[in-house]
Design a protein around this ligand. Structure first.
Ligand code: FES
Length: 104
């Protein structure tokens, strides 16, 4: 297994409270969400048919709904609400010098 490293995803100032962002990091689609001051970073494509989750909408405080067919995910755990075995990968993140970095 290869070593993980921190990679730039977005400028911290480009992710507002309640905002949803998208970045391609090391070729991987990454969804970024800021809620209640916390930043959540998850795999950015839906487990159903791969729609981009950053185009989704919130159907609950932490529940993001896919724009294509409505699958709902808890952004705190990555869990699809219809089947707990369908889970989006979550990535660690940190803010450094105004940049949001993710560990991949
Ligand atoms: S692609 Fe997300 S619900 Fe179908």
């Amino acid at each position: 297994m290869s070593e993980k490293s921190w990679y730039f995803a977005l400028k911290d100032s480009d992710l507002k409270e309640g905002g949803i962002g998208f970045a391609r990091v090391k070729g991987k689609p990454v969804l970024l969400v800021r809620k209640n001051g916390e930043i959540y970073t998850l795999f950015g494509k839906c487990k159903h048919m791969g729609c981009r989750l950053s185009k989704g909408t919130f159907s609950g405080e932490f529940i993001l709904k896919c724009p294509c067919h409505g699958w709902e995910y808890d952004i705190r755990s990555g869990e699809y609400q219809g089947d707990e075995d369908e889970v989006l990968d979550m990535y660690d993140n940190k803010v450094e010098d105004g940049d949001i970095l993710v560990l991949l």
